[in-house]
Design a protein around this ligand. Structure first.
Ligand SMILES: Cc1cc2nc3c(=O)[nH]c(=O)nc-3n(C[C@H](O)[C@H](O)[C@H](O)COP(=O)(O)OP(=O)(O)OC[C@H]3O[C@@H](n4cnc5c(N)ncnc54)[C@H](O)[C@@H]3O)c2cc1C
Length: 394
């Protein structure tokens, strides 16, 4: 007999731990969190760590210490879900059964999309904070750079707050300027969007910094291939080109859901293979007792940690409403992209599902570069994350 739980959550990242804590607060008992990772990481700090502004170890905790009391942590990877039998099979071979299942296993790099990239990461010539194992190397590489060509790339969707690549880029440019080497570094930005992030208001805020730092932008363009031996980055877009003699390729791999989702009937049939939920109710499109949120699900907006506050509340409320026969509440697609433009100012993008501005504070324009938003993002938000969000106070 498989161990049986009221609610099983796959993935104990930002979404999974926050949701487990919130459900526990709401009085739900019999919750299991499945995740093989020994570490829980505050991911938004990775860009600051890559830019040499933070020590990542201060923002990592043993996973067991952030799992709410009373919630059972199952430290194995999920390998298969049978939504009809309502069971999850684990890497260990054991299985668990559930009344409701929530899927939030995040995204993993899909190295094959960019030929040569995985080898280039192993070599150390390519880096990105979006691959946490390499954030330390990214920092060493960006800090070391003194001249030549450096290429940054914003990944196409689905990506985990992909626009924050600009944060690492601007922080690096600010550092290079202070070291008086920026004039000798030829910085290129490759973005799959029109403009910078394809969001009119925020692009207009960021454009002056692109010009001030002297960055060449390749819009509507993707990295097609890299070659760390030849030191080339090939671009696919309106003006296909191969950038040569590249000193450092800050190229973020494209992402997919983990295999147990991507190769299952829970995923969408398109290339993204995300957990196929209704983007408003976050309930699975075909299986009534399956829900999804976070980076791995079709939430219909750009994924971010800031988006999870609303998503966690909607899933928690809807799990209960579905059982009680009540009306389901809806997520409006609110999300954020915080972009530090220097070591003491930050531009905060907040928008809804349709890309329309969705400011959380009235009377003060947070899209303007401000010291206040920088301080909040760099110093206050991590405290809020560990003390409130992970404890279900959303
Ligand atoms: C470099 C970087 C910078 C970012 N900056 C910001 C920012 O400034 N602001 C912001 O709001 N957001 C930012 N984000 C985005 C934010 O961190 C994510 O949106 C958020 O972490 C998503 O939470 P999640 O729980 O969906 O996924 P994750 O936090 O990725 O957690 C997924 C969990 O699922 C687990 N898992 C995977 N496969 C399995 C399996 N088979 N079985 C069981 N468990 C599994 C993983 O081990 C992991 O613990 C950033 C992300 C990155 C990578």
């Amino acid at each position: 007999m498989p161990a049986s739980f009221d609610t099983v959550i796959i993935g104990a990242g930002n979404a999974g731990v926050s949701l487990a804590a919130r459900l526990q607060r709401d009085g739900v008992r019999g919750i299991a969190l499945i995740d093989p990772s020994p570490i829980h990481r505050y991911r938004p700090m990775l860009n600051y760590a890559a830019a040499g502004q933070a020590r990542m170890s201060r923002y990592e905790r043993p996973l067991a210490t952030v799992v709410p009391d009373g919630v059972e942590l199952i430290p194995h990877a999920a390998t298969r879900v049978d939504p009809d039998a309502r069971t999850v099979t684990l890497e260990s071979g054991a299985s668990v059964s559930y009344s409701d299942l929530v899927l939030c296993p995040g995204l993993t790099p899909h190295w094959d999309d960019i030929p040569g990239l995985q080898d280039a990461f192993v070599d150390g010539w390519a880096v990105s904070a979006h691959v946490p194992e390499y954030a330390g190397r990214a920092c060493a590489a960006l800090v070391r750079e003194r001249e030549g060509t450096v290429v940054f790339s914003v990944p196409p969707e689905p990506a985990s707050c992909g626009g924050t690549v600009l944060k690492a880029m601007f922080l690096a440019c600010d550092r290079w300027r202070r070291k008086e080497v920026l004039d000798r570094i030829d910085v290129h930005l490759v973005t799959p969007f029109g403009g910078l992030l394809g969001l009119e208001e925020i692009d207009a805020r960021l454009q002056p910094f692109i010009e001030d730092y002297g960055i060449t932008v390749h819009a509507n363009t993707r990295v097609a291939a890299v070659d760390h031996r030849a030191r080339t980055v090939s671009l696919d877009g309106p003006a296909p080109v191969t950038l040569e003699q590249v000193n450092l390729a800050y190229v973020t791999p494209h992402s997919r859901t983990p295999r147990f989702v991507a190769q299952s009937e829970l995923a969408t049939s398109d290339a993204s293979a995300l957990v196929d939920v209704d983007p408003r109710t976050l309930r699975h499109a075909r299986f009534e007792t399956v829900w999804g949120l976070g980076d791995a699900a079709t939430v219909g907006t750009r994924p971010s940690g800031g988006a999870l506050r609303d998503q966690v509340a909607v899933v928690a409320d809807n799990l209960r409403a579905a059982r009680e026969g009540g009306a389901l509440t809806e997520y409006d697609g609110y999300t954020v992209i915080p972009v530090a433009v220097s070591r003491n100012r930050l531009v905060l993008d907040e928008h809804d599902r349709d890309g329309r501005p969705a400011p959380s504070v009235r009377g003060i324009d947070l899209t303007a570069p401000r010291r206040m938003t920088y301080v909040f993002d760099r110093f206050v938000q991590p405290v809020v994350y560990f003390r409130r969000l992970l404890r279900g106070r959303v």
